[in-house]
Design a protein around this ligand. Structure first.
Ligand code: GTP
Ligand code: MG
Ligand code: ZN
Length: 316
Protein backbone atom coordinates (compact mmCIF):
# COMPACT_ATOMS: atom_id res chain seq x y z
CA UNK A 1 0.00 0.00 0.00
CA UNK A 2 1.05 3.56 -0.63
CA UNK A 3 0.27 6.65 1.34
CA UNK A 4 1.38 10.03 2.69
CA UNK A 5 2.60 10.58 6.24
CA UNK A 6 0.23 12.99 8.02
CA UNK A 7 1.67 12.83 11.51
CA UNK A 8 4.82 11.53 13.12
CA UNK A 9 5.40 11.13 16.83
CA UNK A 10 8.84 9.63 16.47
CA UNK A 11 7.77 6.02 16.85
CA UNK A 12 4.34 6.05 15.19
CA UNK A 13 3.43 7.46 11.81
CA UNK A 14 -0.10 8.21 10.70
CA UNK A 15 -0.36 7.44 7.00
CA UNK A 16 -3.22 8.33 4.66
CA UNK A 17 -3.76 6.08 1.65
CA UNK A 18 -5.03 7.07 -1.77
CA UNK A 19 -8.44 5.72 -0.70
CA UNK A 20 -8.39 8.20 2.19
CA UNK A 21 -7.96 5.56 4.90
CA UNK A 22 -5.68 6.33 7.83
CA UNK A 23 -3.28 3.73 9.25
CA UNK A 24 -0.99 3.87 12.23
CA UNK A 25 2.39 2.65 11.04
CA UNK A 26 5.74 1.73 12.43
CA UNK A 27 9.06 1.51 10.67
CA UNK A 28 10.47 -1.85 9.76
CA UNK A 29 13.52 -2.68 11.88
CA UNK A 30 16.58 -0.56 11.38
CA UNK A 31 15.46 1.64 8.60
CA UNK A 32 17.79 4.29 7.26
CA UNK A 33 17.87 6.51 4.27
CA UNK A 34 21.16 6.64 2.48
CA UNK A 35 23.18 9.74 3.21
CA UNK A 36 20.88 11.30 5.77
CA UNK A 37 21.77 10.99 9.43
CA UNK A 38 18.53 12.22 10.86
CA UNK A 39 16.76 11.66 14.12
CA UNK A 40 13.63 10.89 12.11
CA UNK A 41 14.04 8.84 8.94
CA UNK A 42 10.41 9.41 7.95
CA UNK A 43 8.84 12.87 8.05
CA UNK A 44 5.41 14.39 7.56
CA UNK A 45 4.77 14.75 3.83
CA UNK A 46 6.76 11.66 2.90
CA UNK A 47 5.29 9.22 0.41
CA UNK A 48 5.76 5.73 1.84
CA UNK A 49 5.00 2.15 0.99
CA UNK A 50 3.77 -0.07 3.78
CA UNK A 51 2.28 -3.49 4.41
CA UNK A 52 -0.38 -4.41 6.93
CA UNK A 53 0.38 -6.51 9.95
CA UNK A 54 -2.49 -8.06 11.94
CA UNK A 55 -1.70 -8.00 15.64
CA UNK A 56 -4.71 -9.67 17.24
CA UNK A 57 -7.56 -7.19 17.11
CA UNK A 58 -5.51 -4.28 15.75
CA UNK A 59 -4.00 -3.86 12.34
CA UNK A 60 -0.88 -1.75 12.09
CA UNK A 61 1.12 -0.75 9.08
CA UNK A 62 4.80 -1.44 8.60
CA UNK A 63 6.64 1.09 6.46
CA UNK A 64 9.27 -0.54 4.27
CA UNK A 65 10.04 2.13 1.72
CA UNK A 66 10.21 5.92 1.42
CA UNK A 67 9.88 7.43 -2.02
CA UNK A 68 12.37 10.04 -3.19
CA UNK A 69 11.63 13.50 -1.83
CA UNK A 70 10.93 16.48 -4.04
CA UNK A 71 12.38 18.68 -1.29
CA UNK A 72 12.40 18.99 2.49
CA UNK A 73 13.13 21.31 5.37
CA UNK A 74 15.89 20.09 7.63
CA UNK A 75 17.67 21.54 10.62
CA UNK A 76 20.24 20.53 13.17
CA UNK A 77 18.74 19.12 16.30
CA UNK A 78 19.48 21.56 19.09
CA UNK A 79 20.49 18.95 21.61
CA UNK A 80 22.25 16.46 19.38
CA UNK A 81 24.17 18.84 17.21
CA UNK A 82 25.52 16.09 14.96
CA UNK A 83 22.03 14.90 14.19
CA UNK A 84 19.62 16.45 11.77
CA UNK A 85 15.89 16.62 11.96
CA UNK A 86 13.67 16.64 8.90
CA UNK A 87 10.72 18.86 9.74
CA UNK A 88 8.62 18.04 6.66
CA UNK A 89 9.00 16.80 3.09
CA UNK A 90 7.48 17.38 -0.35
CA UNK A 91 6.35 20.95 0.22
CA UNK A 92 5.04 23.42 -2.32
CA UNK A 93 5.90 26.27 0.02
CA UNK A 94 6.67 27.32 3.56
CA UNK A 95 5.14 30.23 5.43
CA UNK A 96 7.67 31.52 7.89
CA UNK A 97 5.78 33.28 10.67
CA UNK A 98 7.57 36.18 12.30
CA UNK A 99 6.66 38.33 15.30
CA UNK A 100 8.58 41.34 16.58
CA UNK A 101 7.89 40.45 20.20
CA UNK A 102 6.04 37.79 22.16
CA UNK A 103 8.21 36.09 20.99
CA UNK A 104 10.93 38.14 19.32
CA UNK A 105 12.14 36.82 15.98
CA UNK A 106 15.72 37.87 15.20
CA UNK A 107 16.86 38.45 11.64
CA UNK A 108 19.60 35.84 12.06
CA UNK A 109 16.86 33.26 12.58
CA UNK A 110 14.95 34.47 9.52
CA UNK A 111 18.10 34.44 7.40
CA UNK A 112 19.21 30.98 8.50
CA UNK A 113 15.77 29.64 7.76
CA UNK A 114 15.60 31.29 4.34
CA UNK A 115 19.07 30.08 3.34
CA UNK A 116 18.15 26.51 4.24
CA UNK A 117 14.89 26.75 2.33
CA UNK A 118 16.84 28.06 -0.70
CA UNK A 119 19.34 25.22 -0.37
CA UNK A 120 16.59 22.60 -0.34
CA UNK A 121 14.41 24.30 -2.97
CA UNK A 122 11.42 25.23 -0.85
CA UNK A 123 9.77 28.55 -1.81
CA UNK A 124 9.17 30.66 1.31
CA UNK A 125 6.63 33.37 2.10
CA UNK A 126 7.16 35.64 5.11
CA UNK A 127 4.16 36.31 7.33
CA UNK A 128 4.54 39.09 9.88
CA UNK A 129 1.90 38.11 12.41
CA UNK A 130 0.23 39.95 15.30
CA UNK A 131 0.16 43.32 13.49
CA UNK A 132 -2.90 44.11 15.66
CA UNK A 133 -0.68 44.28 18.75
CA UNK A 134 2.13 46.55 17.57
CA UNK A 135 2.89 50.19 18.39
CA UNK A 136 3.37 52.61 15.48
CA UNK A 137 7.15 52.24 15.89
CA UNK A 138 6.89 48.48 15.74
CA UNK A 139 4.66 48.68 12.70
CA UNK A 140 7.38 50.81 11.13
CA UNK A 141 9.85 48.04 11.84
CA UNK A 142 7.55 45.47 10.22
CA UNK A 143 7.32 47.70 7.15
CA UNK A 144 11.10 48.02 7.05
CA UNK A 145 11.66 44.27 7.31
CA UNK A 146 8.92 43.46 4.80
CA UNK A 147 10.47 45.90 2.34
CA UNK A 148 13.93 44.45 2.91
CA UNK A 149 12.82 40.89 2.18
CA UNK A 150 10.49 41.94 -0.65
CA UNK A 151 13.44 43.55 -2.40
CA UNK A 152 15.28 40.24 -2.21
CA UNK A 153 12.31 38.58 -3.89
CA UNK A 154 10.29 37.08 -1.05
CA UNK A 155 6.55 37.62 -0.75
CA UNK A 156 5.85 39.35 2.56
CA UNK A 157 2.45 39.85 4.17
CA UNK A 158 1.52 41.57 7.43
CA UNK A 159 -1.26 39.59 9.06
CA UNK A 160 -3.22 39.14 12.22
CA UNK A 161 -4.48 35.66 12.98
CA UNK A 162 -6.75 37.05 15.69
CA UNK A 163 -8.42 39.88 13.75
CA UNK A 164 -8.25 38.05 10.43
CA UNK A 165 -6.33 40.81 8.66
CA UNK A 166 -4.95 39.53 5.33
CA UNK A 167 -5.79 35.94 6.21
CA UNK A 168 -7.69 35.64 2.92
CA UNK A 169 -4.51 36.54 1.06
CA UNK A 170 -2.71 33.69 2.80
CA UNK A 171 -5.57 31.35 1.98
CA UNK A 172 -5.36 32.27 -1.70
CA UNK A 173 -1.65 31.42 -1.74
CA UNK A 174 -2.40 28.07 -0.10
CA UNK A 175 -5.05 26.88 -2.56
CA UNK A 176 -4.25 23.49 -4.17
CA UNK A 177 -0.87 23.37 -2.46
CA UNK A 178 0.87 21.66 0.42
CA UNK A 179 2.21 24.31 2.76
CA UNK A 180 3.97 24.35 6.08
CA UNK A 181 3.79 26.94 8.86
CA UNK A 182 7.11 27.46 10.60
CA UNK A 183 8.48 29.85 13.20
CA UNK A 184 9.26 30.22 16.89
CA UNK A 185 6.95 28.85 19.52
CA UNK A 186 4.14 31.31 20.16
CA UNK A 187 4.19 33.22 16.85
CA UNK A 188 0.66 31.95 16.15
CA UNK A 189 1.05 29.04 13.72
CA UNK A 190 -1.75 26.95 15.19
CA UNK A 191 -3.94 30.01 15.71
CA UNK A 192 -3.64 30.77 12.00
CA UNK A 193 -4.51 27.20 11.01
CA UNK A 194 -7.59 27.42 13.24
CA UNK A 195 -8.68 30.70 11.68
CA UNK A 196 -8.29 29.30 8.18
CA UNK A 197 -10.18 26.10 9.05
CA UNK A 198 -12.26 26.73 12.19
CA UNK A 199 -13.42 23.11 12.58
CA UNK A 200 -9.93 21.87 13.40
CA UNK A 201 -9.68 23.33 16.92
CA UNK A 202 -5.95 22.85 17.29
CA UNK A 203 -4.62 23.59 20.74
CA UNK A 204 -3.00 27.01 21.25
CA UNK A 205 -1.57 28.64 24.36
CA UNK A 206 -1.12 32.15 25.70
CA UNK A 207 2.52 33.17 25.52
CA UNK A 208 2.65 33.92 29.24
CA UNK A 209 1.46 30.38 29.99
CA UNK A 210 3.95 28.97 27.52
CA UNK A 211 6.74 30.65 29.45
CA UNK A 212 5.46 29.14 32.67
CA UNK A 213 5.25 25.70 31.18
CA UNK A 214 8.50 26.18 29.30
CA UNK A 215 7.27 24.07 26.45
CA UNK A 216 5.73 24.24 23.05
CA UNK A 217 2.02 23.85 22.55
CA UNK A 218 2.30 21.93 19.30
CA UNK A 219 4.65 19.01 19.91
CA UNK A 220 4.56 17.09 16.61
CA UNK A 221 4.32 18.18 13.02
CA UNK A 222 0.93 17.33 11.62
CA UNK A 223 -0.69 17.74 8.23
CA UNK A 224 -4.36 18.68 7.77
CA UNK A 225 -6.59 18.54 4.70
CA UNK A 226 -8.46 21.83 4.40
CA UNK A 227 -11.93 22.29 2.94
CA UNK A 228 -10.87 24.64 0.17
CA UNK A 229 -8.42 22.19 -1.33
CA UNK A 230 -5.16 22.74 0.46
CA UNK A 231 -2.94 20.84 2.82
CA UNK A 232 -1.25 22.54 5.75
CA UNK A 233 1.44 21.22 8.04
CA UNK A 234 1.42 22.75 11.50
CA UNK A 235 4.80 22.35 13.19
CA UNK A 236 6.18 22.76 16.71
CA UNK A 237 8.00 26.03 17.37
CA UNK A 238 11.64 26.05 16.35
CA UNK A 239 14.00 27.40 19.00
CA UNK A 240 17.10 27.79 16.94
CA UNK A 241 17.78 26.91 13.40
CA UNK A 242 21.05 25.09 12.88
CA UNK A 243 22.05 24.82 9.26
CA UNK A 244 22.97 21.48 7.83
CA UNK A 245 25.56 20.36 5.31
CA UNK A 246 26.53 23.66 3.77
CA UNK A 247 30.02 24.33 2.51
CA UNK A 248 31.38 27.80 3.29
CA UNK A 249 31.69 28.46 -0.41
CA UNK A 250 28.04 27.75 -1.17
CA UNK A 251 26.35 29.67 1.64
CA UNK A 252 26.45 32.90 -0.36
CA UNK A 253 24.52 31.19 -3.14
CA UNK A 254 21.56 30.81 -0.79
CA UNK A 255 21.41 34.55 -0.10
CA UNK A 256 19.85 35.80 -3.37
CA UNK A 257 20.84 39.41 -2.59
CA UNK A 258 24.50 38.41 -2.18
CA UNK A 259 24.45 35.91 -5.00
CA UNK A 260 23.49 38.49 -7.60
CA UNK A 261 26.53 40.59 -6.65
CA UNK A 262 29.03 37.74 -6.64
CA UNK A 263 29.81 38.03 -10.36
CA UNK A 264 31.26 41.50 -9.77
CA UNK A 265 33.71 40.44 -7.06
CA UNK A 266 37.35 40.38 -8.17
CA UNK A 267 37.84 36.78 -7.11
CA UNK A 268 35.33 34.24 -8.27
CA UNK A 269 35.77 32.30 -5.04
CA UNK A 270 35.27 35.47 -2.97
CA UNK A 271 33.74 34.77 0.45
CA UNK A 272 33.03 38.50 0.90
CA UNK A 273 35.00 38.64 4.15
CA UNK A 274 38.34 40.44 3.74
CA UNK A 275 38.98 40.00 0.04
CA UNK A 276 39.87 43.10 -1.99
CA UNK A 277 37.49 44.51 -4.63
CA UNK A 278 34.51 42.69 -3.19
CA UNK A 279 31.19 43.75 -4.74
CA UNK A 280 29.28 42.64 -1.65
CA UNK A 281 31.32 44.88 0.64
CA UNK A 282 30.91 47.75 -1.82
CA UNK A 283 27.14 47.27 -1.92
CA UNK A 284 27.12 47.26 1.85
CA UNK A 285 28.96 50.56 2.01
CA UNK A 286 26.59 52.07 -0.56
CA UNK A 287 23.56 50.93 1.42
CA UNK A 288 22.51 48.62 -1.39
CA UNK A 289 22.66 45.57 0.86
CA UNK A 290 21.21 45.26 4.36
CA UNK A 291 23.71 44.98 7.20
CA UNK A 292 21.52 42.48 8.97
CA UNK A 293 21.72 40.16 5.97
CA UNK A 294 25.48 40.49 5.75
CA UNK A 295 25.86 39.86 9.49
CA UNK A 296 23.77 36.69 9.21
CA UNK A 297 25.83 35.55 6.26
CA UNK A 298 29.13 36.14 8.07
CA UNK A 299 27.87 34.31 11.12
CA UNK A 300 26.96 31.32 9.00
CA UNK A 301 30.25 31.32 7.07
CA UNK A 302 32.45 31.70 10.13
CA UNK A 303 30.47 28.92 11.77
CA UNK A 304 29.60 30.70 14.97
CA UNK A 305 27.66 27.64 15.94
CA UNK A 306 25.95 28.93 19.04
CA UNK A 307 24.49 31.92 17.28
CA UNK A 308 21.51 30.07 16.00
CA UNK A 309 20.25 29.34 19.46
CA UNK A 310 19.40 32.96 20.21
CA UNK A 311 15.77 32.95 21.22
CA UNK A 312 13.38 34.31 23.76
CA UNK A 313 12.92 30.87 25.18
CA UNK A 314 15.88 29.80 27.26
CA UNK A 315 17.47 26.55 26.22
CA UNK A 316 16.64 23.81 28.66
N1 GTP B 1 -2.42 39.71 19.43
C1 GTP B 1 -2.33 38.59 18.71
N2 GTP B 1 -2.10 37.41 19.31
C2 GTP B 1 -2.00 36.31 18.53
C3 GTP B 1 -2.10 36.35 17.12
N3 GTP B 1 -1.94 35.10 16.63
C4 GTP B 1 -1.74 34.30 17.70
N4 GTP B 1 -1.77 35.01 18.85
C5 GTP B 1 -1.62 34.49 20.22
O1 GTP B 1 -0.32 33.95 20.38
C6 GTP B 1 -0.36 32.84 21.31
C7 GTP B 1 0.37 31.64 20.75
O2 GTP B 1 -0.33 31.15 19.62
P1 GTP B 1 -0.15 29.66 19.07
O3 GTP B 1 -1.00 29.56 17.85
O4 GTP B 1 -0.36 28.65 20.15
O5 GTP B 1 1.40 29.65 18.67
P2 GTP B 1 2.23 28.50 17.91
O6 GTP B 1 3.10 29.20 16.93
O7 GTP B 1 1.32 27.47 17.37
O8 GTP B 1 3.14 27.91 19.09
P3 GTP B 1 3.79 26.42 19.22
O9 GTP B 1 2.72 25.43 18.94
O10 GTP B 1 4.30 26.37 20.62
O11 GTP B 1 4.90 26.37 18.23
C8 GTP B 1 -1.85 32.61 21.59
O12 GTP B 1 -2.16 33.21 22.84
C9 GTP B 1 -2.56 33.32 20.47
O13 GTP B 1 -3.84 33.77 20.83
C10 GTP B 1 -2.35 37.64 16.51
O14 GTP B 1 -2.47 37.78 15.29
N5 GTP B 1 -2.43 38.70 17.35
MG1 MG C 1 1.20 25.42 17.69
ZN1 ZN D 1 32.93 39.36 -2.57
Amino acid sequence: MRGVVYKSTGSWYTVKTEDADFYECRIKGKFRIKGIKSTNPVAVGDYVKFELDDQGDVTVGVIYEIEDRKNYIVRKSVNLSKQTHIIAANLDQVFLMITLNNPKTYTIFIDRFLATAEAYDVPTVLLFNKVDSYSPEELGEVKYLAELYRNIGYTCIGISATTGKNVLKVKELMRDKTSMFAGHSGVGKSTLVNVIEPGLNIKTTEISEQHLQGQHTTTFAEMFDLDFGARIIDTPGIKGFGIVDMEKEEIGDYFPDLFKLKGNCKFNNCLHLDEPKCAVKEALENDELAWSRYRSYVQMVTGDDDGYRIDEFAEK
